[in-house]
Design a protein around this ligand. Structure first.
Ligand code: GDP
Ligand code: MG
Length: 449
């Protein structure tokens, strides 16, 4: 991905004493390649490189930083310039309901994102209502109904007139009814999920224009599948030319999208990226913070997001009880161990957690580890512990050979895996006990040093 590739190009400069025309040219060539290979639009790469080159040449006088540090800083600054310095704000209408029009090609994630957005707005104290105006595919409207149920958002179902062929007049009628319904129900936000096509076509575009004219939306969000790279940029441009989008949502950022789409869409449309989709579930959704993304791209991690996630998902009381127990002479049981696993799982996939750590300094190699992490491992460990009796969970010494066989069979794992888990548990438990000897504070300090 972009991050790895940039890291590699910075390495070229590491250990060089000064910035010279020659070593800068080498590094710039690699940075250019890294951007292109990450699906950043050619025009965008050109203008980025021009500015990076200019600054790199001018930077020779500033000597406090090493050449590689200088280039890293310049590239980070320029990427931030492209993405915008500040987190984009969400616009609300002065007269409710605020209308959000979702735009994008079929399969880009409009329906899923509509649900995620509803959930996000609900968390912020709003009362969103969802409506699908995809009159062409009954399954599409049904899909939104399922999403609405899952997130507990209101839905305007409406009825299609069986006497007419589905078309734009029906779409407009549904939209109008939904807006009235939202107002009547005291919903302050109406999210309009629209039909998509496999490619841009005039019928689709005309319909979107009509919807815009009718609804005067505060937000027109272009939903783009980050995995489609360059294609997403082209359709973003087409939608923007016609509708003047107010922002973009990049979905499927949990896959191995190469990340360049974010830079290109912002540069080509001028509209800010407002949200990222990071999975299929309703809460796999985050507001887009340009500085954090640049930090991720540059391999400096995204500790801010990680802490927010921990704050939101973890049970502080449980964590403290665990720490106290583990560090006291009492030690922790397999039951406690299972609870800790469950807490960590709540924060998201192991891969997504590891990816937010810096890939430089003490965490070097973590990004690599993230690629190889076995997500199933957690689940297997949990099912091993589930297959133990309550007594066994509280006294691991009980678990002899025949019990291990039973547990392996019960959890669908192998005796070897059960052995591994018990060994790990034994080691951890010993480690915690030895740390706890000197009291909590000291133990914590020892963990930090
Ligand atoms: P639409 O045709 O634009 O409404 O797209 P959908 O919302 O139906 O999404 C198409 C597919 O992409 C579905 O299978 C979704 O579950 C999936 N999807 C949407 N957003 C994400 C995301 O952020 N990550 C992943 N992994 N899948 C997503
Ligand atoms: Mg849809």
């Amino acid at each position: 991905n972009l991050s790895d590739k940039l890291q590699r190009s910075f390495k070229t400069l590491r250990g060089q004493g000064t910035i010279t025309d020659e070593n800068v040219s080498d590094a710039l060539r690699e940075i250019r390649l890294a951007l292109l290979e990450s699906d950043v639009n050619l025009e965008v790469v050109k203008s980025l490189m021009e500015r990076i080159r200019e600054q790199a040449m001018g930077a020779r006088v500033a000597t406090a930083l090493s050449p590689s540090e200088q280039i890293v800083k310049i590239v980070a600054d320029e990427l931030t310039n492209v993405l915008g310095k500040d987190t984009a704000r969400f616009k609300f209408a002065s007269q409710p309901p605020t209308v959000i029009l979702m735009a994008g090609l079929q399969g880009s994630g409009k329906t899923t994102t509509s649900g995620k957005l509803a959930q996000w707005l609900k968390k912020g104290g709003h009362r969103p209502m969802l409506v699908s105006v995809d009159v062409y595919r009954p399954a599409a409207r049904e899909q939104l109904a399922i999403v609405a149920r899952a997130t507990g958002a209101n839905l305007y179902e409406g009825k299609l007139d069986p006497g007419t062929t589905p078309g734009t007049p029906e779409v407009l009628r549904l939209a109008k009814e939904a807006r009235r319904d939202a107002a009547n129900f005291g919903c302050d936000i109406l999210i309009v999920d629209t039909a998509g096509r496999l490619g841009i076509d005039t019928a689709l575009m005309d319909e979107m224009s009509e919807l815009k004219k009718l609804l005067n939306p505060s937000e027109i969000l272009f939903v783009a599948d980050a995995m489609t790279g360059q294609d997403a940029v082209n359709s973003a441009k087409a939608f923007n030319d016609l509708l003047a989008i107010t922002g973009a949502v990049l979905t499927k950022m949990d896959g191995d999208a190469r990340g360049g789409a974010a830079l290109s869409i912002r540069q080509v449309t001028g509209a800010p990226i407002k949200f990222l989709g990071t999975g299929e579930k309703p809460d796999a959704f985050e507001a887009f913070h340009p500085d954090r993304i640049v930090s991720r791209i540059m391999g400096m991690g995204d500790i801010a997001t990680l802490l927010e996630r921990a704050e939101e998902k973890l049970d502080r009381g449980k964590a403290e009880t665990f720490a106290k127990k583990a560090l006291s002479g009492e030690g922790f049981t397999l039951e406690d161990f299972r609870e800790q696993l469950r807490q960590i799982k709540k924060m998201g996939s192991m891969k997504s957690i590891l990816k937010m750590l810096p890939s430089v300094g003490p965490f070097a190699g973590m990004a690599q580890a993230a690629e190889n992490v076995d997500e199933g491992q957690f689940t297997r460990i949990e099912s091993i512990i589930n297959s133990m009796t309550n007594k066994e969970r509280h006294n691991a010494d009980l678990i002899n050979g025949s019990r291990r066989k039973r547990i392996a069979a019960g959890s669908g794992t192998s005796v070897q895996e059960v052995n591994n888990l018990l060994r790990q548990y034994g080691q951890m438990s010993k480690m915690f006990k030895s740390m706890g000897g000197g009291g909590g504070m000291k133990a914590q300090q020892r963990m930090m040093s």
